[in-house]
Design a protein around this ligand. Structure first.
Ligand code: UDP
Length: 323
């Protein structure tokens, strides 16, 4: 059985939908940002907190857990600057509690959701896993701290882990039954689509004077279903004892500017956007684009879905969003 912590959240729920086809799954989620409806009915659901040793021990005592996948983190850069304690408490302290209970119960396979924010403002056009990590906000720090802790636990306690550094997760399940739903929503693609649906008056482009071709920020958007499939491969590599301490980027290798994303949304949906130019948002690097060569070479993974597909699936979801 696989424990998915944060399996009611956006990325976790998409992973669970794929994983239940192959493994027995138990989800632990405190529903602080996740949605109970997003959890596939074939998974066992426990409402509880990863920082609560009793909740965790109950699960490890009751079920034969062979690996843990950890998605339960706060992930908003701006919020992390205003309230770093929230980020260090949950993303770091509670994760240490989880790791502690895992070690005590001799569960030694771990998949960790990390982020492009660990790279800070990289001085390369395409980021690979050897690019220096130098986060510029508490969110990025909190994720990199756990990566460092995993390295030490691996050497000292024989923990086997894979770290997956996501770039910009987007899109929705092809069934349109699950998708992205944050409150408040801060991410570019859902904000654009909500505006196209008339749920917002306008889209603000945060910064038009960046050192990029059209002056707006460039990001690497990756379909959430492609992210899910990378987790399944990473899990198999751990369970087959092929990997013990690895870090992989997960992106498309293609960068799109904010303006290009808006144009692509207009093209896919056939609806014209109402766009206003705005000031830069604090903490945004001009360009974040991944090389995912390493995971392709080692695990045979690559992103299968392009930006049009991401937007088409997200559009289906937002048109009849169920939660
Ligand atoms: N962005 C924007 N307007 C918005 C939301 C986001 O211009 O209403 C920009 C943001 O500044 C960044 C890009 O879109 O350059 C992607 O932002 P998002 O919050 O989706 O993801 P992040 O890259 O911060 O993880």
């Amino acid at each position: 059985m696989i424990l998915v912590v944060g399996g009611a959240g956006y990325i976790g729920s998409h992973l669970v939908k794929e994983l239940v086809e192959k493994e027995k799954v138990i989800v632990l989620d405190n529903l602080s940002t996740g949605h109970r409806e997003a959890v596939d009915s074939r998974a066992i659901f426990v409402e509880g907190d990863l920082g609560d040793e009793e909740d965790l021990q109950m699960i490890f005592s009751s079920y034969p857990i062979k690996a843990v996948m950890h998605f339960a983190a706060f992930s908003l850069v701006g919020e992390s600057v205003i309230d770093p304690l929230k980020y260090y408490q949950n993303n770091v302290a509670s994760t240490i509690t989880l790791l502690n209970v895992m070690m005590r119960n001799n569960v030694k396979n771990f998949i960790f959701s990390s982020t492009a924010a660990t790279y800070g403002i990289p001085n390369v056009d395409v980021i690979d896993e050897k690019t220096v990590t130098a986060p510029i906000n508490p969110y990025g720090h909190s994720k990199l701290m756990i990566e460092q802790i995993l390295g030490d636990f691996s050497k000292a306690y024989g923990l086997h882990y894979v770290v997956l550094r996501y770039f910009n997760a987007a899109g929705a399940h092809e069934s349109a039954k699950i998708g992205e739903s944050h409150d408040p929503e801060t991410h570019l693609i859902p904000i654009i689509l909500q505006q196209l649906l008339g749920q917002r008056d306008q889209i603000s482009v945060f910064g038009t004077d960046y050192d990029t071709a059209d002056g707006t920020c460039i990001r690497d958007y990756i379909h959430v279903t492609d992210l899910a499939s990378a987790h399944i491969l990473a899990l198999e590599s751990l369970l087959n004892e092929e990997k013990s301490a690895e870090v992989y980027n997960l992106g498309n290798g293609l960068g799109y500017s904010v303006k290009e994303v808006i144009e692509t949304c207009e093209k896919v949906t056939g609806v014209e956007a109402n766009v206003v130019m705005a000031d830069r948002r604090a903490g945004d690097p001009a360009r974040l684009v991944a090389s995912s060569e390493k995971i392709f070479t080692e695990l045979g993974w690559k992103a299968e879905r392009n930006l049009e597909q991401i937007i088409a699936d997200a559009w289906k979801w937002h048109q009849k969003q169920q939660y």
